[in-house]
Design a protein around this ligand. Structure first.
Ligand code: HEM
Length: 276
């Protein structure tokens, strides 16, 4: 009897619905964060100076008279995003087809129905699973190196620390997951309702496709530029970017040559002296 009452209470519980709402809420915040994150990281496409400006601004450097940043600001931002990331993952795992039987049933229903949004949900599970691991690596590195974000240090991470394969797989996973997730949120909660739901769905699907292509292209190009900078900087990996060091790179080249010329001359002088 007691078990029946407990079952009845569990059946009537609002907790699952509240957890769904929390999952949607954390998903919305993380999805929009990712689009902003990609745009900020893509500042590297405008040059090292632009990326450095964005990185320093994220460190709230405009609050200090000397212009130096506060890595603690990035640390707390990463801490909040990491906490949301873990909470969203914990809420998401409730829906995973955990056993082989559950997985097989889901796959057979998917094939039978061949319904676009059901297939999308499967990709949410796969990309979510991938991000459990790859997203955590990236976030932990950012959490423990909040002051190590500049055009050279980021490029060294991508090339010399061999993070580019991780970023590539993470980029595809997070962009698919964010775009599908935001699309499903709009469908699930009836945002952008309107009189013609079929037309709204069509429009949202087009937006989802375009957003995915836009952010994958932006992220892919940024990663390529980081890779090229990192490759060129691999002999000085770990050297920070500073406006002066950036300018000096070419200058250094020049003075080295001048030294070369000088060396020859004194030798000549010496012989002269010898001759004298
Ligand atoms: C506040 C938290 C975060 C910060 C401060 C941050 C910072 C950065 C920085 C500085 C880069 C450039 C490469 C580097 O320096 O190593 C980067 C790249 C990247 N991040 Fe994040 N990130 C954060 C959260 C996330 C999350 C949650 C994800 C996905 C789960 C993510 C996915 C990526 C991807 C895919 C790249 C490669 C960029 C590209 O392909 O253009 N990041 N991030």
């Amino acid at each position: 009897m007691k078990q029946l009452i407990i079952n009845d209470r569990i059946k009537k519980s609002r907790v699952p619905a509240r957890l769904d709402l929390l999952q949607s809420g954390t998903g919305l915040v993380l999805g929009l964060f990712m689009w902003i994150h990609m745009i900020l990281v893509a500042s590297i496409l405008l040059g090292k100076g632009s990326f450095n400006f964005v990185a320093r601004t994220m460190e709230l450097s405009f609050l200090s008279s000397s212009g130096h940043g506060y890595p603690a600001a990035v640390f707390f931002a990463v801490l909040i995003v990491f906490a949301l990331f873990i909470l969203h993952a914990a809420l998401g795992v409730r829906k995973f087809p955990i056993s082989w039987k559950q997985h097989a049933i889901f796959r057979s229903q998917m094939n039978m129905m061949n319904h676009g949004d059901t297939n999308l949900w499967y990709w949410q599970v796969v990309t979510g699973f991938v991000m459990f691991f790859l997203g955590s690596v990236h976030l932990f590195i950012m959490l423990t190196n909040p002051g190590q974000i500049d055009p050279y240090l980021s490029a060294d991470r991508v090339f010399t620390s061999f993070m580019w394969p991780l970023y590539l797989v993470l980029l595809v996973s997070v962009e698919l997951h964010a775009a599908i997730g935001l699309y499903r949120l709009c469908m699930k909660w009836g945002w952008f309702g309107g009189k013609d739901p079929a037309r709204v769905r069509e429009k949202l699907q087009t937006f989802k496709k375009r957003a995915t292509i836009f952010f994958l292209t932006l992220g892919g190009l940024s990663l390529l530029v980081f890779f090229i900078i990192g490759w060129g900087h691999s002999d000085r990996a770990g050297e920070r970017y500073t406006k002066k060091s950036h300018g000096a790179v070419s200058e250094t080249a020049a003075p080295a040559k001048a030294v070369q010329v000088e060396a020859e001359e004194p030798a000549q002088g010496k012989t002269d002296k010898a001759n004298n």
